[in-house]
Design a binder for this molecule. Sequence first.
Ligand code: AMP
Length: 329
Amino acid sequence: MKIVIKHNQQPAPPPVPEKKFIFRKAGEAYNGPAKPTQNQPAAGSKKPADHVMRLLRFSCEVTEWAREQHRAGKRIGFVPTMGFLHAGHLSLVEEARKQSDVVCLSIFVNPTQFGPNEDLEKYPRDEENDLRLCREEGVDMVFLPRPDGMYAPDASVFVDEEKLQRGLCGSRRPGHFRGVCTVVAKLFNIVQPDVAVFGQKDFQQVAVIRRMVRDLNFPIDIVMAPTMREADGMAMSSRNVYLSPTERENALGVSRALKSLGSVGAGHPAAEPMREQMRAVLEQYGLREDYVAIVDADTLEPVSHVEAGNVALIAAYCGKTRLIDNRIL
Ligand code: AMP
């Protein structure tokens, strides 16, 4: 007897695709699902006028899309996000486009990576603006699952990395990387990318994902793109929207603390005075340290003496907002 297990625990797409599956020109009549219509690219758009961006909400549709791309010999680039997009996210799309033929961006505020007292409920969301930015940036497909569309109510399998997450954000946010690894593994299975791009802004996250990809044999290249910054040096983040104008000024202390280290020469300076120096800058800006660390870029273990290629990382509270940033020395 042949037993076939289908991935049928996922919600099925509606029988008649809703108009939101494909963007249309304003005012254009909806003539059924099969015929992709064209976007009207905004001024400054990076894609030609006939570019069509698809919006998919069901994982099975996304996998079908991915299979079509692969059948056509196309390489899929992937940028997973939690939305409320800014230029940092868009730089990842640009990098993904360089490395692939079609780009998928996902928007999902993943509940399993938030701790019980974290900002899941108030995490900023702006679907309409996100989609506009994606269209202008020439994203080919946006995967925007419904809030309850990613996890079965009785989900009981999770992915957990056990070494690289021990320190830094992993120790300050217990369970965070289990949530990240689980959702990224799921997204990788759904989107089937050839290359996925992550931001250096979340340095530990990239290290953990790389390890997951290596240890679980995901056939995916992981690319780390540089941190995009505001004109004054502050790292862009969706969470910056929480900051009041005064807090925004103080928040600059995080990037200033990292910058204060200057460049590391050949002398292998001791790490502790450098950490103290960063702490002093944080204090000067009225920021509360969560951690200040200098680590080996591969193992994420703290170093006692610093050499080029080590990474300085800071997590600090500005009021109630937790900010992170890092610098490769
Ligand atoms: P998030 O939406 O915060 O989960 O971030 C999605 C992706 O964007 C992650 O790979 C982040 O590291 C990346 N990212 C966030 N902020 C920046 C930034 N300022 N520059 C570059 N990448 C970023």
